[in-house]
Design a binder for this molecule. Structure first.
Ligand code: ATP
Ligand code: MG
Length: 492
């Protein structure tokens, strides 16, 4: 039962178990952190399990709170920089209870035995406890062997365990994605049989596991496995519509595989969840939009981005994603077909796209295009045209160089200098513009007012000359800025 291990445990964590043990209780690390330690990974959080009840735990710590009614106390490490150590969860040993709302167990029955607590856990790899002070592993279900074999095996009778809480099925898929483990045969059969019970699970719980799958390194494989196990349809049925849907000649893969490969590229690039979701769903409308064209002798998918945007919106709303996520992803799916032939389009077309997707999404849209390209099996991610398009976006986003950049304007000058509207105002403003382009620190109301008064006293021809110099400087600066953008993207 016990083995000597050489783990490095943060003092914030051992402090918690020491406190409990000094007060006469048992205290063990348990769950994901023990699994990760044994697997040679850095734990994402630290969970402690104990025979002390919440009433007994709370007085032992200065900053602790009773989180919910399920026996979990959070111990707070305020001055801790490491986010994983901010709150250490301490949970009383407990027995399995029914989850009739598919969210929380109906009632919590505390136990005095560690084994009871391990028995209620989902997979053998998550049902190992580690006593820090005795350096002792408690592993009644041989989770260590399964870790070394990289196998996910349910604790106890798998079918019963999945029927108790069907979310465990999706957790299995998530652990496959995160750890690259395989599912053991009996557990796999039980998943196939119990999968329909996922229909009763709260959407928020499904969403959270779905996000974890997408945030892992290997969602493409995990989603394929989820499909094979009959689990994917409880996240969404719509992705599977793309299976076997052959595309036009530009594509190597069917719609399903193309969506998955696009997602996997977003993951390989470590792009964020918005891009990952958009990549996964970008062509989800294709099966419903597909039509054969006799003229082209090929498939067409007109309007698939409009259909797809609506489908993605429904899927995400069903899964109770935040409104902002839904909006962003939907926009990206809606506009992913943007026309990027830079030989034919103008800056005003780029400006229109920017209005449609919004400034904050436009770079996501470029990343989505990269995913889309890689997902077709075409090797080049960043060809000239694509870089040129990005340069055009930056050009459009570039603030215009003109006198409105100044901290002073024409009507300020009229009242300050007591002069009539006319060309003189323009000369002064452009003369000021030249000086601030030369030295941006001069763009303060105070400096510009003083300088305007000096300029106002100058001879008009002299002043006009300065104004014209300003106009030339403005054009040169604009050209320089655009050249800088072009250099950045290596385009002409
Ligand atoms: P992570 O590394 O992502 O935190 P984890 O295994 O710690 O993974 P958590 O969701 O934090 O996952 O759960 C902590 C532990 O609680 C698990 O390791 C497992 O022992 C147990 N557990 C969590 N959810 C369930 C469940 N639905 N059924 C049974 N046991 C569960
Ligand atoms: Mg955890």
């Amino acid at each position: 039962m016990s083995k000597t291990k050489d783990f490095s445990i943060p003092k914030e964590v051992s402090h918690v178990t020491d406190k409990l043990e000094s007060a006469g209780f048992e205290a063990y690390l348990v769950g994901g952190c023990v699994r990760d330690l044994l697997h040679g990974k850095k734990p994402k959080d630290w969970d402690v399990t104990t025979n002390a009840t919440p009433d007994q735990i709370l007085p032992l710590f200065e900053h602790a709170f009773y989180e919910n009614d399920f026996g979990t106390v959070g111990v707070v490490n305020e001055s801790c920089e490491d986010k994983t150590l901010e709150v250490i969860e301490v949970t009383t040993y407990r027995l399995e209870a029914a989850y009739s709302d598919s969210r929380h167990p109906d009632a919590v029955t505390f136990s005095s035995k560690l084994e009871d607590d391990l028995k209620r856990r989902d997979f053998t790899i998550n049902a190992i406890a580690y006593g820090i002070s005795q350096n002792k592993i408690v592993d009644p279900f041989n989770g260590q062997i399964d870790i070394s074999k990289e196998i996910l095996r349910a604790v106890g009778n798998p079918l019963e365990r999945f029927k108790e809480d069907a979310l465990r099925i999706l957790r299995a898929v998530r652990f496959m994605a995160e750890l690259h483990f395989e599912i053991e045969e009996e557990t796999k059969k039980a998943i196939e049989e119990a999968a329909p019970a996922l229909a009763n699970i709260a959407k928020e719980r499904i969403r959270d596991e779905f996000i974890r799958i997408l945030e892992s390194n290997n969602p493409m494989n995990a989603l394929i496995k989820a499909h094979e196990l009959g689990v994917l349809e409880y996240i969404t049925r719509k992705l599977e519509e793309g299976i076997g849907i052959e595309q036009n000649q530009a594509h190597k893969y069917d719609v399903w595989e193309h969506n998955l490969r696009s997602l996997q590229h977003a993951v390989d690039k470590k792009w964020n969840i918005i891009i990952r979701l958009a990549a996964l769903f970008h062509d989800i409308g294709k099966p419903r939009a597909r039509k054969w064209s006799d003229e082209k002798k090929d498939w067409t998918f007109h309007g698939h981005e409009v259909i797809g945007a609506r489908m993605a919106e429904r899927i995400l709303a069903d899964l109770k994603f935040p409104k902002k996520t839904i909006e962003d992803v939907t926009k990206l799916v809606r506009w992913h077909m943007f026309f990027s032939d830079t030989e034919k389009i103008t800056l005003s077309a780029v400006r229109r796209l920017l209005r449609n997707v919004g400034h904050e999404n436009v770079w996501h849209l470029m990343d989505l295009r990269a995913c889309d390209r890689i997902g077709t099996g075409r090797p080049k991610e960043n060809p000239y045209r694509f870089r040129k398009y990005k340069a055009m976006i930056e050009e459009v986003l570039e603030d215009p160089i003109n006198v409105t950049m100044l901290k002073i304007n024409g009507s300020d000058l009229i009242s300050l200098l007591g002069i009539e509207p006319g060309p003189k105002i323009g000369h002064i403003l452009h003369a000021l513009l030249e000086e601030t382009l030369e030295d941006p620190s001069k763009n303060t109301k105070e400096f510009l007012e003083k300088r305007a008064q000096q300029l106002n006293r100058m001879d008009i021809d002299e002043l006009k000359k300065l104004g014209d110099q300003g106009r030339i400087k403005k054009e040169k600066t604009e050209e320089e800025n655009i050249a800088k953008i072009h250099r950045k993207y290596w385009v002409d």
